[in-house]
Design a protein around this ligand. Sequence first.
Ligand code: NDP
Length: 373
Amino acid sequence: MLLDMDLGVLLPSLIPSSQSVYVLVFYFVYLAVAGEILPGKVIRGVLLSDGSQLRYRCNGLLALTLLVAILGLCAKLGIVSPLVVADRGLELLSTTFIFCVLVTLALYITGRSSSDKSSSLKPHVSGNLVHDWWFGLQLNPQFMSIDLKFFFVRAGMMGWLLINLSILEKSVQDGSLSQSMILYQIFCALYILDYFVHEEYMTSTWDIIAERLGFMLVFGDLLWIPFTFSIQGWWLLYNKVELTVPAIVANCLVFLIGYMVFRGANKQKHIFKKNPKTPIWGKPPVVVGGKLLASGYWGIARHCNYLGDLMLALSFSLPCGISSPVPYFYPTYLLILLIWRERRDEVRCAEKYKEIWAEYLRVVPWRILPYVY
Ligand code: NDP
């Protein structure tokens, strides 16, 4: 779609208008206020090296439901057009990009001038400006007591659903709503809702516990997730695909199996971290060195959760058929990202767990897909 666009059309549609700035400001203000005032389970984050623990209020599902209800009502009353995102996608993308640059420059400047010694705020300065801006300086920077890392990932995941809903409305209004669009929308909506149902699991993921907040993470959360994970939806607005019944059934199976593996693996690790004695698949867990789970999904491959996620990503693209590689951008990107991430995570774990990790490698030799990788 973008490739077909004339540069003379593409460039002006990238220039941010005041409306796209208002949309973004409204969105961030809403999320900041909702995150602070709505009730939600308060979860303690992992123990940081200085002994401190952050607290995360997991009220994302309520905040998202309320936001969709408010926007739905405003659309019905004619206050907001439900097509505002679908019609201004490129503009919102460039506005978000500018925001990412500005906010990460501010994070860089704040980090450089900080003399805080806590694990969350101690700046890790390499001296290379680009490196420090890209990877970030501080682990858990805050703004007005809001944990920015948790805030941005939430904004990205909700943004993905809002973009999809606007695309869905556009396809209804255009009269182009297809089975493929419905399948894509259902799979993504279930994935996003599930993410917020299990929002507390996010607090023990690599991004939250190990990654500092720099351009890479802010861009990934705010721009990459919502705008590139929705490529299939944008593509389906302009391309018609006829699906056979066996293709639909196969697509649903890829989604369901992917979901089972993804959620099952993440849940087993989360539960294990809380209580290492909890049975896994009805049996006492196999534990290496008292610290690493080596049964259930974690006994099949060292990153079975990545396998599940990859199957889910594939299921979001399969409704688009195989006539174009464009809708396969997300699973392809995710494959590269997760292999890279798995390698980085293994280096970190080898340093942290030393001989226990070596023993785990022996007990569970496969990285992501047994007998393949
Ligand atoms: P994991 O949730 O797999 O976390 C890795 C950490 O878990 C390790 O650093 C280690 O941390 C701990 N760990 C590893 N093996 C074991 C074990 N056997 N027993 C106990 N603890 C173990 O990684 P991510 O945070 O990268 O991913 C979380 C989810 O997010 C995944 O499902 C992934 O697919 C998804 N994701 C999705 C992305 C997307 O773009 N869609 C991008 C990135 C991730 P510790 O030091 O605490 O022990």
